[in-house]
Ligand binder design. Sequence first.
Ligand code: HEC
Length: 115
Amino acid sequence: MNSGLVPDCNERPPLRWLLLYLSVGACLSFLPHQAVADDFGEDWPRTEGYEEVGYFCGACHSLAIVKQQGLSRAHWDELFDWMIEEQDMPELEPEEREVFLDYLARHFNEDHRAK
Ligand code: HEC
């Protein structure tokens, strides 16, 4: 007995499939944005410069090694020099360096310790 629940493919209009494809495409196009939002992790505070610092410092190593540090501004400055000289980190523009140091000293200062 056909209860009517079994779909009858012959009656399905092609337009529905077109709409389905379009909506699946629309959903997929949102995915990259979500991935970006999660790139840095929740314990990467969203204040000025967080994207620049996050992408730059996360390019070579996990941000976890940044987060677990607690350094003064001067120590971060020294660490930049060390990474530039020893680890092939590209030299930073002076303004860029200021933004990076402000961000790191603000959130990952000496009193900061990873939980
Ligand atoms: C060009 C690649 C590169 C970039 C860009 C880079 N680093 Fe590093 N960094 C390294 C390497 C290589 C190490 C040593 C890795 C290791 O010991 O596993 C390192 C180590 C570190 C350490 C650990 C230092 C220690 O005492 O063990 C910290 C903290 C750090 N980086 C922070 C940063 C921050 C903050 C930035 C962004 C301003 C950054 N890194 C950008 C390459 C880079």
